[in-house]
Ligand binder design. Structure first.
Ligand code: NAP
Length: 248
């Protein structure tokens, strides 16, 4: 089936670091559910190159936003990084993905674990006011290699202002010292009880749902650790506690 595209116009490109950037696009026809992804595409050397990207904006914001890392030799991500205001880009109106709250049981505590750019879909969800009706506490966990990859601090601080103690934000920086972040990796710190301690929230099967998104190996290793403490994968026909999405 040939893909249908909507032509969007770039309204802003924010460069966070040498490799991390966010592109905002005007394409009012594109509708989605917070947490989903779509495809975006550019014509590069006479070939249409398309890749999936998660929405960072909430569905009721004016512009679409995609958060990306330029992958060395990645044909699309390196070109997206060079876009300028006023450039055109194709966006698919057909959205996908199960990292959405309609798929998550109502529960006290929702944990949202991300590495790198995979924090994007959680920001889309958390900027959607209705999503906060479903849970008592939201624990957003972002693991990155370096301090300057802890992006979207303004959005996070706005959420903290609105939701106060209901919103817990925990960071990991794995490859340099960081004043307020945990060191190491998410799976090990779950098995050692470090993450629960930092959050001040217990991970118990009867009060927890955990979304995991990012580096496929992190998703796999974290799922293994959570299964050891009694959590299981959530499926429509067999409710559980863990919802996952590999980011590449
Ligand atoms: P990353 O390697 O995913 O690291 C981000 C964080 O996850 C780091 O703290 C890292 O810890 C940790 N981590 C890595 N493997 C893990 C595992 N098995 N279990 C638990 N934690 C783990 O780095 P990134 O900067 O977000 O992405 C790196 C590269 O991935 C990019 O440069 C790009 O090549 C690729 N990528 C591709 C796409 C795509 O769409 N193709 C999208 C995003 C990223 P350590 O420092 O200990 O490794």
């Amino acid at each position: 089936m040939t893909e249908k595209w909507v032509q969007g116009e770039v309204v802003n490109v924010k460069h966070w670091t040498e490799s991390l950037y966010s592109v905002s696009i005007s394409a009012p026809e594109v509708k989605f559910i917070a947490g989903q992804y779509t495809k975006i595409s550019l014509n590069i050397d006479n070939e249409d190159i398309a890749r999936p990207y998660s929405f960072v904006n909430s569905p009721n914001e004016d512009f679409l936003e995609f958060y990306s890392v330029s992958v060395p030799n990645g044909p699309l991500s390196t070109k997206l990084q060079q876009l300028k205001k006023g450039d055109f880009i194709n966006v698919s109106p057909n959205n996908n993905g199960f990292l959405i709250l309609n798929e998550v049981p109502l529960i006290d505590n929702i944990w949202m674990l991300a590495t790198g750019t995979a924090i994007g879909p959680y920001l889309s969800i958390l900027k959607t006011k209705d999503s906060w009706n479903n849970f008592k506490k939201v624990i957003l966990v972002h693991a990155v290699r370096y301090n300057n990859e802890l992006t979207y601090q303004e959005t996070i601080s706005d959420l903290k202002d609105i939701y106060g103690d209901r919103f817990i934000y925990i960071t990991y920086v794995s490859r340099e010292d960081s004043e307020n972040s945990l060191t190491g990796r998410i799976p090990e710190s779950i098995s050692q009880g470090v993450l629960e301690k930092k959050a001040g929230v217990k991970i118990l099967p009867d009060n927890t749902h955990i979304m995991i998104c990012g580096n496929p190996e992190m998703v796999q290793d974290t799922t293994i650790e959570l299964k050891k403490i009694g959590l299981k994968k959530h499926r429509r026909n067999s409710p559980g506690h863990i919802t996952t999405e590999n980011y590449w």
